[in-house]
Write a new protein. Sequence first.
Length: 233
Amino acid sequence: MLEAEFDQFAREYQEQHAASIRLSGENPDFFARYKIDDVAATLRRAGVKPRRILDFGAGVGNSLGHMRNAFPDAEITLLDPSRESLDIASKRFPGQAAFTHFDGKTIPFADGSFDLAFAACVFHHIPENLQIGLFAEIGRVLAYRGSFFVFEHNPWNPLTTHAVRNCAFDENAVLINSREMRGRMAEAGLANTRIVYRIFFPRMLARLRPFERFLTKVPVGAQYFAHVVKPAV
């Protein structure tokens, strides 16, 4: 999670992302929006309304607009090791959140600071030897009964692996399957993680997307999310 590695792609992130997902027929905003919609729907069913949100590895802020719409009264913090990315995000969304730099290892907030933590396709960029420590850090700053959602690319989906291979900023990415994800989170103290598979149909088959709610346990969706609730002591 080297700052320089992310800084070099910050200005071109949107264009490179759009090019890499061309086969899906969708744009980056589609993928940013569905993630927040999923988070909001899950929390709404649980009767949870988060007041303090951490967007971990927020980059240039692609999730922030949708997050602000879904949780208009929440305090939102974007956290990233790339100052360049945070600078872009703060200019895109002035006054909409706190934009916080960190060293890639230690989250600069007190225990229990957030009701909701969210990471969108971040951990495949992080070296494996750092992942468990960062999961533990997220668990530390998460309040009891707080939720943590991790969205990741599914390496069992051929279109996903094609997109990653053809994306410059994913050059050093190592995709994480859901079994590995669940195991690493559990090792960090975040046990009882639920896995939900998402995005089964490209835009040309969008009329079939209403059926995706029946496929969430089928491990071939283009992406998946892991959701865990921090238990009360």
